[in-house]
Design a binder for this molecule. Sequence first.
Ligand SMILES: Nc1ncnc2c1ncn2[C@@H]1O[C@H](COP(=O)(O)OP(=O)(O)O)[C@@H](O)[C@H]1O
Ligand SMILES: [Mg+2]
Length: 293
Amino acid sequence: MTNQGGPRQVDISAREGEVLAALGEHLTNAEIGARLFISIRTVESHVSSLLRKLQADDRRALAAMAATLPSDPAGASAAAIAVAPTLPSPLTPFVGRLAERAALSAALSEHRLVTAVGPGGVGKTRLALSVAADLSDRFADGVWYVDLVPVTDALMIAPAIADALGLGERQSSSAVDNVVSWLAERETLLVLDNCEHLLDGVVVLLERLLAGSPRSAVLATSRARLLVPFERVFSVPGLSVQADDGGPGDAVELFLKRAAAGESPVSSDDTERIAAVCTALDGMALAIELAAA
Ligand SMILES: Nc1ncnc2c1ncn2[C@@H]1O[C@H](COP(=O)(O)OP(=O)(O)O)[C@@H](O)[C@H]1O
Ligand SMILES: [Mg+2]
């Protein structure tokens, strides 16, 4: 589940553009410093910021990217390098949720802000990620994922989004302005995961982002809804214990999958007992995983 949607642009400063061009010529830091009349230390700091902004593994990767730039340094500085957006890749396979995926996708074609609401562990994050992957073709400028768990201050929401979008800091403008202007002409789906502890800050920011970017949409996840009139709330139910055709539902399938990975695999003859356990757990995905482990 990587490379969703189209490429995005990363802003690099004029100086970083010059350093990048020099890396393309395979110069050492000392040679770059001598050429640009800056200290080796300064070169090092430009290289590390290029590595971060361009999400490159090492300077060889940067040198390869430099090959795609125009040859004059001014052009290089203005050049924005395309990096594909990525969604995090969960470590376990996704199970079911066909009806919920369809409903959320449909909601996102009619509403610009959809909040997937439900208790911790019900499966909001996994559902949002799978819907985001399903929709990657619908948003020309890609689907972007921002986890707000590490953000403890409302003022840091915009910087977290800017970071996820790969927008470097610009001294002359705020992170909010950077994100607003980046999104303005683009068509993106922004997944804001775990909004519950920042409801007011998210609302204030989303009013600006959505107003400024008419073709973008936001899929938020939260334990509580954002409580704004332009929000469409989707209550994430527990995993179904029984399928519509009467067969085993998603909850039972998740239990069987996780149990099969553990030390005491259960046979699928046990589905009645497993269904009873899943019902007792209200189809909560996390609880089912723990019970099956
Ligand atoms: N549809 C699913 N298929 C497979 N695993 C799931 C599914 N839904 C949830 N899980 C697993 O259950 C746990 C809780 O899900 P998560 O999406 O993190 O819940 P929430 O975001 O509501 O707290 C995670 O370990 C997740 O991988
Ligand atoms: Mg979550």
